[in-house]
Structure formats: C-alpha cells, structure tokens
Design a protein around this ligand. Structure first.
Ligand SMILES: [Fe+2]
Ligand SMILES: [Fe+2]
Length: 316
C-alpha cells in the first residue's frame, strides 16, 4: 500500500469507529499526540499519589486509613496500565520516566497544590477524582485500543474514589461546626483548581480540534467543564456547602449553570512550574527513582543468575 492508501485505510477506520491497534499504520502526529497524552496521564496518576499519601499516617480512623491506602494504591495501578499502553506506541518506560524527572513532561497541575487538612482528602476525592471521571469516561471510547481498554478499568476505580471523597465531605459537613468549616475551606481551596483540570478554554486549546477529529477526544475542554459545574453544584447542595464561586447561577435558557471567571494566569503559572508544590513533587519522584536503584539492580542480577542456572541445567 502507498502512504496515501494507508492514510485512507486509517481514516476509514476512525470514521467507522474501528479501534486503532499497535500494529496498525497510523499517522506520525496521531502517534505523537497519543504518546504525549497517555504518558502525561500516567505521570499524573503517580504524581497524584503524593498529596494524598501525605495523609495516610494521619487518617482519623482505621477505616479511613484502609480506604485511603486502597485509593492511593489504585492510582499506582492506573499509572502502570497507562505506561503499558504508551509503550505499545514505541516509547520505553525509561524514556517516559526520564522525561518526567527532567521536567520535560507535564502532568496534571492539580497535584502541585498542597493538602493542608484531612478535609482535603474529601475534596480531592469528590472534586479531583470527579473531574477525572468526566474527562476519562469518554476516553473509554477513544480511538486507540490499548488506551481505551485501560480506561475502562481506571474509570471503575475512579468512581469508587469519587464516592469515598464525597462520603468524607458528607461526614464532615454533618459533623461539628469545626468539621463543617474544615470541609468548606477545603471546597474553597480545591474548587477553582478542579475547574482548571479540564485544560485551557477551547479558543486557546490548539490541539483540541485535531484530537476530536481523530476521536481521541470526544468532547472539548469547555463542554466537559460545564458538565462538571452542573453536576458538582447540585452535589454541593446535598452537602449543604456554599459554592466558592459567587457568580454561579442557573441559566434557564442554556439549561446550564453560569459560572465566574477562571484565573488562567494562575493556571499557566502552575503549568510553568511555579505552583506551590511543583518542586517538591518532582523531587519526591526523583528520590524514589534513585532510592529504588538497588531494587532494579537486584532484580536484574537475580534474573541473570536464574538464566545462567537454567542454562546450566539444560546443558547438563
Ligand atoms: Fe487514577
Ligand atoms: Fe482516582
């Protein structure tokens, strides 16, 4: 086949919603876009373990500790499925780690904010995992097969994460005055950064159009953000918490909530590395990588010894 007909074959698969698999021909830019998106997503999962890991030893009860521990371990699993999916596109895990540790690769900026109180575990589960679900459910139908399949399991686990967060918020908001206040403060701190998780406005998101055409993305950033605002505003009523945005108002005509202006300067500032915890997060990952060197060395040495030994038995 000529490149031209390869392209036609690819396009027709996309049009017919037939998934693209690792051995299929694909345009270079499609491959590059996916490597960027999937590896960023994988990095976000493992960096995302850090703010919550901070509270495992201080969880208020054994039950809360067990749940949080399970949740943080799930995020490690998500990272691993996604690194594996990215590897099918021809990048190695070492290359991806290197991009993360050198600061070349991005990850979700939300994880550059600190977790100051126990209520942050509630707010993160409710809002951050909630926003992740909005972003990720459409990815279960994304055009690249390995990515779509990884997302099916990820989304099941994310919905548990969202519920555990909401349950923490519910307990706190029905608790003492001090607990209710702690929940409200966490809501106030995480609300705007959660809205930023959907990425820049459509008008300033140069990759969106192509990604929608390739059916990598199914909805634009603004569409997903609006959906999140609509759902979360209703959930806040159940919690009896006040919306951190005073401009939230139901718009009968649009059938959606209108909301206030997002501070995009803050967003870009955090993306550029100047958020409250950027340095701390990357340092933690780098240290984990360096401190784990002996484990990788030992595993390789063990594998080599075993190979030598089975080689000997076979020879005998
Ligand atoms: Fe996750
Ligand atoms: Fe999660």
């Amino acid at each position: 086949m000529t490149v031209h007909s390869f392209q036609e074959h690819f396009d027709s698969k996309i049009d017919r919603e037939v998934s693209i698999e690792p051995r299929d021909w694909m345009p270079d830019d499609y491959r590059k876009t996916l490597i960027r998106q999937i590896s960023q997503h994988a990095h976000s999962e493992i960096i995302g373990m850090l703010p919550e890991g901070n509270w495992i030893t201080r969880a208020p009860s054994l039950r809360r500790k067990a749940v949080l521990l399970a949740k943080v371990q799930d995020e490690a699993g998500h990272g691993l499925y996604l690194y594996s999916a990215a590897e099918t596109l021809g990048i190695t895990r070492d290359q991806m780690y290197d991009q993360l540790h050198s600061g070349k690769a991005k990850y979700s900026s939300i994880f550059n904010y600190p977790t100051l109180s126990w209520a942050d575990m509630g707010a993160i589960g409710w809002l951050v995992d909630g926003a992740a679900i909005m972003n990720q459910v459409p990815l279960c139908r994304t055009s690249y097969g390995p990515y779509a399949r990884a997302m099916v399991r990820v989304c099941k686990e994310e919905s548990f994460h969202q519920r555990q967060g909401f349950e923490i918020m519910l307990s706190l908001s029905r608790g003492t005055e001090a607990q209710r206040k702690m929940a409200q403060e966490a809501f106030d701190r995480w609300w705007w950064p959660s809205l930023m998780m959907f990425g820049p406005p459509d008008a300033e998101s140069p990759n969106t159009e192509q990604s929608v055409r390739w059916r990598i993305k199914r909805f634009t950033n603004d569409e997903l953000r609006q959906k999140f605002v609509d759902v979360t505003t209703e959930q806040a009523k159940v919690l009896g918490l006040e919306m951190p945005d005073k401009d939230i108002k139901w718009n009968e005509e649009r059938g959606h909530y209108d909301f206030g202006k997002i501070d995009w300067n803050e967003f870009w500032n955090v993306v550029k590395g100047n958020g409250p915890c950027n340095k701390q997060r990357i340092d933690a990952r780098r240290n984990a990588w360096e401190n784990g060197q002996w484990v990788r060395d030992a595993a390789l040495a063990h594998a080599a010894k075993r190979k030598a030994r089975t080689g000997e038995t076979k020879a005998a």
